[in-house]
Design a protein around this ligand. Sequence first.
Ligand SMILES: C[S@@+](CC[C@H](N)C(=O)[O-])C[C@H]1O[C@@H](n2cnc3c(N)ncnc32)[C@H](O)[C@@H]1O
Ligand code: SF4
Ligand code: SF4
Length: 300
Amino acid sequence: MKVSTFFKLAKFGVKTVFFKKQDPILGTVILTDKCNLKCKHCSVNNITSVIYPFDQIEKDMQRLFDMGVRILFFCGGETFIWKDGPYTIKDLVHKAKQMGFLIVNVVTNGTFRIDLPEADLILLSVDGDKEHHNAIRGDTYDVIMKNIEEATSDNICFYMAINQLNKDTIADVCAKAQEMKNVRAVSFNFHTPYPETEELALTKEDKRNCCGVISRMIKNKVPVFNLRSAFPYLIENRFPTPCRQCLVIENGKISVCGRCIDVPGLCDNCGYFFVAEYTLLFKGKIRIIADMLRTYLKYV
Ligand SMILES: C[S@@+](CC[C@H](N)C(=O)[O-])C[C@H]1O[C@@H](n2cnc3c(N)ncnc32)[C@H](O)[C@@H]1O
Ligand code: SF4
Ligand code: SF4
């Protein structure tokens, strides 16, 4: 991370904590819900299959920027499917940087060729060892690993959604990350039980075990892009929700925190680590602040 970026984000943090402000800093633009996969745990793919045009995405980015967002994620559906005439995801990352976003990340399923050195991080979903990943994501593991090996940059971070099907494969994902030269870190979420995926939800005991394994990984020097200090809150779902500093925009419609904000009761069972990490950070929890500084300076 550039020193200037660090100081801008630190200034925002100090203002938010000391003056209890709720201004947004992190935003996600949904490019499409179209996807080439149909993962077992996912409720947001291929609902309309509309790919939003470049002009709409540009307007969405500008709105977030004008509201104060400086950390931007592109998400879907599948982001690497996004195209409008000559424009691809690469042009969107360029545009976002040009607009002034400080950190620009892209979330992808990794099934397409990866040539995106412009992104700060490519969060690439890997949901277990080959057997469990393929059980969740179809027969995609080998092609994803080949794409990672042939990627033109080393800004890839594995992104694992832990659920009932893959909860015992955390160490395998970490080992694979350590083995691959283009993978910088691993980041985790717990399954968020959207309607019709409730059976994949983890119990409190499962979450405790998973956090134990992840903590061991951190101790063993696995690059984990999460805050260990947030684990006790994640295990008990004891963090404030929703995240007021996080926005999502899809085709001009803005939601606070996630697209899931309207699903009754879901926030009480939220599994997204970023929600716990950011809400606790902005509550001024000292251990979270220290952990966040260490982690972001290391991996972004
Ligand atoms: C919706 S996908 C979109 C980007 C891309 N298609 C991908 O799979 O990475 C973004 C991330 O959300 C995760 N995800 C999907 N459903 C989830 C759920 N119910 N709980 C937690 N994470 C979930 C996916 O595993 C993926 O890492
Ligand atoms: S690849 Fe991503 S968007 Fe597509 S079904 Fe899987 S999790 Fe959902
Ligand atoms: S807190 Fe609620 S709106 Fe935010 S990501 Fe979690 S479930 Fe979605």
